[in-house]
Design a protein around this ligand. Sequence first.
Ligand code: AMP
Ligand code: ZN
Length: 138
Amino acid sequence: MSNNCIFCKIIGNEISSVSLYEDDDFKVIMDISPAAKGHAVLIPKKHFANLFEMDENTASKVFVVVAKVAKAIKEELNCDGLNILQNNGEAAGQTVFHFHIHFIPRYYKDSVDITWGHDRYGEGEAESIAEAIRARIV
Ligand code: AMP
Ligand code: ZN
């Protein structure tokens, strides 16, 4: 539990939420300000500000739950697609600093905008950036 963390308060039932799923490690709730109806967020019960702080045991379990919930949302809403989105850091759009994963139902011709422009690599640049990152993967 981290002081003044809204998601810790939801986990501790100090703040109410509409729950979709709960187990020993995670809760999935309906997002209070949805990009589309059915937008949900998965929240680990332990407080990690972001992915960089998350322990390997929790990280190894996340996608099992994400897959279960995503399939249920898709089945029930019959949406055309679904984005799984996870922001780390203010620069990446994170506003609640307790790790979470968004489930955003998508429809042809909806007004949700998750797009980016496209940068280009110079000669050999992708290889040298990859080499430097590879050396840090532990
Ligand atoms: P992010 O911008 O990735 O940090 O996303 C934070 C998300 O948390 C936003 O989509 C908010 O709408 C959602 N949110 C904030 N407070 C609550 C709350 N009390 N219950 C449910 N969702 C919330
Ligand atoms: Zn928290």
